[in-house]
Each structure stands twice: as C-alpha cells, then as structure tokens.
Design a protein around this ligand. Structure first.
Ligand code: GUN
Length: 304
C-alpha cells in the first residue's frame, strides 16, 4: 500500500508546537517578531507572503509587512535591511524571492544579520549547516526532514538521492540528510545516466523545477518520494502526458486553465512506498518551518 505523507497535518502539528512555545515566551515577556519584505507585485510572491504573515497572526508572532515598489534600488533595500537588523522587536527577516533584476539579491541576502536570517540563506548559516553547527536551516529542507521523521521513515543508512542542486533546496536538503546519517547522492541536469542513479534511491528528493520529470521507470518500487516541485502547467499536451484519465484533475484544468504539478510524474507515485502529494505535501511545511525558525531566532538572540 502506498502511503500519502500528509503535509497539511504535519504542518498543523508543527504550528501547534510553535504556538505553545510562543505562549511560553509570552510568560517571560518575549514576543517573537518577523519582518516580511515583499518587493513589487509578483502574484505568486504576494500569495506566499500573505500566507506567512497570516501564520504569524495565528501563532501569536508579531509581523511587519514591508512592500517596497518594483523600482526599488539595491541601496534602498540595503538601508531597509539595516533598519530591520537594528530593530529589537524583529527576530526574523524574510526577503521574498525572486527580486527585480536591478536588485543585487546576493548583496541583500548577505546584509541580513545571520541571527535574524530565518530563511537560512546567509552564507554564515549555510556554512554553519555544512559544519554541523547550530544553524537557522532553510525552511523547505528542514520541512523535508520533519516529514520523514514524523512519518516514521528511517533515514539513517538509507540511500537518499537529491535531484537538484539549488542553494535554497537541493544543497541544504542533502546536508541535512547527511547529518541524519543517510548516504547522499546529489544529481543535476549534467548527471550522466540520471535515471539509473535515481532508481537507487530509498529516499528520493525531487527539486528540479520541471513538471513530471521523474517518470515511473526511474523509481525503485517501495521508495519514499519527496516531491518539492511546484509547477503550474497550462499546456494541454503537457496536461495529457501527466494526467490522462484523471477526472478530478481534468475538472480543475478545464475550469481554471491550469493545474499545479510536482517534479514527479503522477504514475511514478504509484510505485512508491510513501510520497508527498502536490499540492498538500512539502509546500505546507515551508511556512511552518519559517515560524519555527522565527521562534528559534527569538530564543537564540536572547540566549534562551
Ligand atoms: N521564494 C521561493 N521560495 C522562497 C523561500 O523559501 N523564501 C523566500 N524568501 N523566498 C522564496
């Protein structure tokens, strides 16, 4: 029987635990706070950030949403980040990506105080993660580990194959899996005989950003599949390749003209021992871990 790993339920459990921590901190007179910086009017970013701010409110975390215009310069956002670094009621700074092309994203991420870097994108936190020290780890990779642990899926000694080498997901996910004693292989677009390597995975993490890229013949029966992909497809031919015969998806696609699909072909999930669906899988964990990181940052900054 294939088990569906319910990201919605796991995220809810984590949020509940974070809310309890927030209550305990309130008794000490501490209220964790997060600043979200949303530049311009990118629709997807607006949805994500709204969700992040709303989660803060649900959990009793203070939040401040700052919306510079799409024409903002690097210098202007650097000044904003400096002011957020200095504000004592702000424990976490989140700069929603992507930023407009005129903004130097790396310079900006480097300017965030590592102690307030709740996305875990600062090189200091990336380095700490690599060195196995206490770190604010990137939220999506941290969420992957929570899904595996809370679902009772063993990691130690397992062969984890991470497909994708981004700084935000692939690389940190590989590092976190390694720290849990997995044997880790990182693959990418230049990997020779990719299918043969993916087929060795006990735990497969798909973070490529290509709809339905992982096909059934690449999956070892019984493997655990973590699908990080969030691809919105609008093309009918692509839809048919992925969802032919799926009446529920057909209804969504006909109504909206698009549907959300991961990096794993739906037919490949049928071979898995367990998998995260899209939507309703890993995506839900990202915000829960952001909340957890914000409370963690609040505690660390106060030596608690
Ligand atoms: N854009 C896409 N994913 C993320 C994320 O996890 N954090 C931020 N800040 N921006 C993103």
């Amino acid at each position: 029987m294939t088990k569906i790993l319910d990201g919605v339920a796991i995220a809810a459990a984590i949020k509940q635990e974070v809310a309890e921590e927030v209550r305990a901190l309130a008794a000490l007179g501490v209220r964790p706070g997060m600043a979200a910086v949303l530049v311009g009017n990118v629709a997807a970013s607006e949805i994500y950030v709204r969700s992040k701010v709303q989660s803060c409110a649900e959990l009793g975390i203070y939040s401040d949403l700052i919306k510079p215009p799409a024409t903002v310069t690097t210098e202007e956002i650097l000044a904003l980040v400096a002011s957020l670094n200095a504000r004592d009621e702000i424990d976490g700074i989140l700069i929603q990506l992507p930023l407009p092309t005129q903004v130097d994203t790396k310079a900006l991420l480097d300017a965030v105080s590592p102690a307030k870097d709740v996305d875990g994108f600062h090189p200091v936190n990336a380095g700490r993660l690599m060195a196995g020290r206490t770190a604010l780890a990137p939220c999506t990779p941290a969420g992957i580990i929570e899904i595996l642990k809370r679902s009772g899926i063993p990691i130690s000694g397992q062969h984890a194959v991470v497909v994708g080498r981004s700084d935000i997901v692939g690389k940190p996910a590989a590092m976190l899996l390694l720290h849990q004693n997995a044997t880790v292989t990182i693959c990418h677009s230049k990997t020779r005989d990719l299918g043969a390597i993916i087929r060795q995975a006990d735990i497969l993490v798909a973070a490529i950003g290509r709809a339905g890229f992982i096909t059934p013949e690449m999956v070892r029966p019984g493997a655990t599949i973590i699908d990080v992909g969030m691809n919105r497809i609008t093309d009918r031919g692509e839809f048919d390749r992925l969802f032919a015969g799926d009446a529920k998806r057909e209804a969504t696609f006909s109504k909206r003209g698009s549907t959300l699909v991961g990096d794993v072909h739906p037919k490949a999930f049928e071979l898995a021992g367990a998998y995260t669906p899209v939507p309703g899988g890993v995506g839900k964990l990202t915000i829960a871990m952001l909340m957890a990181n914000t409370v963690r940052a609040a505690k660390m900054r106060r030596g608690l």
